[in-house]
Design a binder for this molecule. Structure first.
Ligand SMILES: [Fe+2]
Ligand SMILES: [Fe+2]
Length: 157
């Protein structure tokens, strides 16, 4: 028996989880790139922070994948992937820390917006997914606040 009996509602939640899964996977790719590409003394802390976040975001992707499976969905393969983070591509100058910080803020904001949608859609239907996404949302809010803090410092220099 599927976890959520209503097929339409279950498929809707699985579709939202798939989108969340891809967002995390794309974030992993771009945080690896940014944590590697940046140059200079001012970039060091940002690189360290992003390298640590790769692990966190990968963990989120694994949680979304596991939940898709539990809901009787199929975790997609790479050919289902469509990139969306145009705002987080490697900058022309490898010392352009500010553009990366702004890109990270945009990525975290879009994750937060999507996860709020998932939380609302799960209400009254799937409290386990809702609870999981609330926990993940907490991490993204922490990431966002941290990078907003970095931006304050780097923009005044
Ligand atoms: Fe995440
Ligand atoms: Fe995040």
């Amino acid at each position: 028996m599927p976890i959520i009996a209503d097929k339409k509602k279950r498929e809707r939640i699985i579709a939202l989880l798939e989108k969340a899964y891809w967002m995390e996977m794309e974030t992993v790719m771009n945080y690896i790139a940014a944590s590697t590409n940046l140059d200079g003394v001012r970039a060091e802390e940002i690189k360290k922070s992003l390298a640590a976040d790769v692990t966190a975001e990968l963990g989120h992707a694994q949680l979304f994948a596991k939940r898709i499976k539990t809901l009787s969905g199929i975790v997609p393969g790479s050919q289902g992937f469509e990139a969306e983070q145009s705002f987080l591509q490697p900058p022309k100058r490898t010392t352009d820390v500010v553009s990366i910080i702004k890109g990270v803020i945009a990525a975290e904001e879009s994750a937060i917006a999507h996860y709020n949608t998932v939380i609302k859609e799960c209400d009254g239907i799937d409290y386990v997914t809702q609870d999981m996404v609330i926990t993940i949302l907490t991490d993204e809010q922490d990431h966002l606040r941290e990078f907003e803090g970095f931006l304050k410092e780097y923009e005044t220099k």
